[in-house]
Design a protein around this ligand. Structure first.
Ligand SMILES: C[S@@+](CC[C@H](N)C(=O)[O-])C[C@H]1O[C@@H](n2cnc3c(N)ncnc32)[C@H](O)[C@@H]1O
Length: 278
């Protein structure tokens, strides 16, 4: 296995462990099961951007446990497909969709092989929160996005901003630029117990703690999409994040976190919509 294959394989093992933790922690799953009209907070905030999905074929890349995939199906999609690298995530997502009463196809695949792994073309490619940082090459990813869309098809990504990713985790001394902002070949490698949720009591320790991430600048992301023929429809940067990167400096507002003081200093998340011309 060369560097890239081995990094992705270690990420797969790490995500299998995280998926088990997330399921044990609840991850908003029961609420989707109990209320069959409910959609996740992530998808809800883009409801206007997503528009009416009635009768559309939708694919969700890096779908994890599929809480957002279930939500896309509930917005009326005719066919909903979720793709993820981690078998534990995909198996969990299948069971959750069944409990939610939604018919969803889940495919276990590296996102770079999603074109071969998923049959047919799509009207919407969706991906959100904590996605591009796991991918070594943003140009290759954009090629896959374009190849999945039929002419006129739409694309939406909401993700952590590369500025957030560039700032170090230890903010006790203020925010410091510690990680690259631009894409590099070599990953940033972490060795950590736990995930971005609070570890549920009694959960066994993770056995695959090493993971690898890459940052991609906003310019690199948009350029990659344009080079593969997508047309940009909207681009928004927000001062809030979906999770808490720096506990000492951040305050919570509902499902969002922003800097307590002068939140306009930094963008923490971005949303891009684009389409493939007819
Ligand atoms: C942070 S999660 C996405 C979470 C999602 N927003 C949610 O809350 O359900 C990232 C997902 O990307 C998946 N992933 C990481 N690298 C991948 C790759 N190369 N191909 C496909 N999926 C990948 C992981 O298995 C994980 O399920």
């Amino acid at each position: 296995m060369d560097g890239r294959e081995s990094w992705i394989e270690q990420n797969r093992a790490n995500w299998d462990d995280r998926a088990a933790l997330h399921e044990a922690a609840g991850y908003g799953i029961d609420a989707l099961v109990v209320d069959r009209t409910r959609i996740s907070g992530e998808v809800a905030q883009d409801r206007d951007r997503l528009g009416d999905l009635t009768g559309l074929d939708v694919i969700h890349l890096q779908c994890h446990l599929g809480t957002d995939t279930v939500s896309l199906a509930r917005l009326g999609a005719r066919r909903t497909v979720g793709v993820d690298l981690s078998p534990q995530s995909v198996n969990g997502a299948r069971a959750i969709a069944a409990r939610c009463g939604e018919s969803i196809e889940y495919v276990e695949s590296d996102v770079y092989r999603a074109r071969e792994a998923a049959e047919g073309d799509f009207d919407l490619v969706y991906t959100s929160i904590g996605v591009l940082c796991w991918l070594p090459d943003v140009a290759g990813w954009a090629r896959v996005v374009a190849s999945l869309l039929r002419p006129g098809g739409r694309f939406l990504i909401r993700d952590d901003h590369p500025m957030l990713m560039a700032v170090g985790e230890d903010a006790s001394d203020g925010l410091r630029l510690e990680q690259p902002y631009f894409q590099r070949d070599e990953p940033m490698t972490w060795d950590q117990q736990g995930s971005y949720i609070e570890t549920p009591e009694g959960a066994p320790p993770m056995t695959h703690t090493r993971s690898h991430q890459w940052n991609h600048s906003i310019g690199e992301i948009i350029t990659a999409l344009l080079e593969d023929g997508l047309m940009l429809d909207s681009f928004e940067e927000t001062p809030y994040s979906a999770w808490c990167p720096w506990p000492d400096l951040i305050e919570r507002e509902g499902d969002r976190w922003r800097l307590r003081e002068s939140p306009d200093r930094i963008a923490l998340q971005y949303v891009i919509t684009a389409h493939l011309p007819r």
